[in-house]
Write a protein that binds this ligand. Structure first.
Ligand SMILES: Cc1ncc(C[n+]2csc(CCOP(=O)(O)OP(=O)(O)O)c2C)c(N)n1
Ligand SMILES: [Mg+2]
Length: 323
């Protein structure tokens, strides 16, 4: 089995996803500052190429497990942006009926489990989901995104080992953005790469430029083929950088402005745009049409969220406890 080759429309679809995530996050940041979004936010700005390149391989029947930084994963997996926006506003029409907020967005109808904000807590659940897919023999696969910090949680190690010994159809994607909140990667690790740990579990460990959509697309494609054909899990480490603070209350005093500027030069958005324009049959007019569509999608998502009702207090325990 080989990874599928891409059509012109596939490239354009990835441009749409990549830029939809960026615009969504930028607008959400502004709405937060206007006091329209309660709680906090962990924005995905800078890391969009990872969700875009990885999720381009997934079907609705495949599963995705996410983290406290889930908006980009949800958008790339096909969760409606209106329902994500309404969730951030705490409205009844949100994808978790307004009870989850930013850190729990998801929609199982498109294969996205509600995101799990306990660092590393999603990895054993991903292994369990993949075990179910294997037992059901439905050819489904699970992709589990987590940060570099998660790779030092006990649950992460147990999950990777379990996935390896049972040859589970799961792909663990570490988004190494160099910091776990304010703690630098170099402080937290005595190995150079998270992927170096893959050999301890007997699975392939792959390192990729996480700011390059096509590079991510390619390595995830190989892992998808491996998972779907029953050969077991892969650990992929995407080297990246979050362009904003960890959450909305982060003065970023643990890293330098020079370092931030260096990483801005590797911003995935202009890189993919330049790549698209280097293709013979794609013009800036084609991309402009998509940019316009994104603006109107975001506008209607905000209108939907603003005009949606607050949750009914009588519903406070609905879907919270299993009867
Ligand atoms: C088990 C646990 N410990 C601590 C926290 C608080 N916390 C939330 S995000 C975070 C940092 C996570 O870093 P990383 O895994 O690298 O993800 P990133 O924020 O960089 O995307 C911490 C410590 C938590 N949510 N769960
Ligand atoms: Mg991190």
């Amino acid at each position: 089995m080989k990874a599928k080759s891409l059509t012109r429309q596939d490239y354009l679809d990835m441009y749409h996803t990549l830029n939809l995530i960026r615009r969504f996050e930028t607008r959400v940041n502004e709405l937060y500052l206007q006091g329209k979004i309660p709680s906090t936010l962990h924005l995905y700005i800078g890391q969009e190429a990872i969700a875009t390149g990885a999720c381009a391989h997934l079907k609705d029947s495949d599963y995705l497990l996410s983290t406290h930084r889930p908006h980009g994963h949800a958008i790339a997996k096909g969760v409606s942006i209106s329902s994500i926006m309404a969730e951030l506003f705490g409205k009844a029409t949100g994808c978790c009926k307004g009870k989850g907020g930013s850190m729990h967005v998801g929609d199982i109808s498109v294969g996205m489990f509600p995101a799990i904000a306990i660092v590393g807590g999603n990895t054993p659940i991903a292994a369990g989901a993949a075990l179910a897919q294997k037992m059901l023999k439905n050819k489904g696969i699970t992709v589990c995104f987590s940060g570099d910090g998660a790779a030092n949680e006990g649950a992460w190690h147990e999950a990777l080992n379990s996935a390896a010994i049972y040859d589970l159809p799961v792909i663990f994607i570490t988004e190494n953005n160099l910091y776990a909140a304010s703690t630098p990667f170099s402080f937290n690790f005595r190995v150079e790469n998270v992927a170096d740990r893959a050999c301890a579990y007997g699975m392939p460990g792959v390192i990729v430029d996480g700011n390059d959509v096509m590079a991510v697309y390619e390595v995830v494609g190989e892992a998808v083929v491996r998972a779907r054909s029953g050969e077991g899990p892969t650990l992929i480490e995407c080297k990246t950088y979050r362009q904003c603070g960890h959450s909305r209350s982060d003065p970023r005093n643990y890293r330098s402005r020079e370092e931030e500027e260096e990483w801005l030069k590797k911003d995935p958005i202009p890189r993919y745009r330049d790549f698209m324009l280097s293709m013979n049959d794609i013009t800036s007019d084609d991309l402009g049409v998509i940019d316009k569509k994104i603006e109107s999608e975001i506008k209607s998502a905000i209108e939907f969220a603003e005009n949606s009702p607050e949750p009914d207090p009588a519903e406070v325990y609905t879907d919270v406890f299993k009867e």
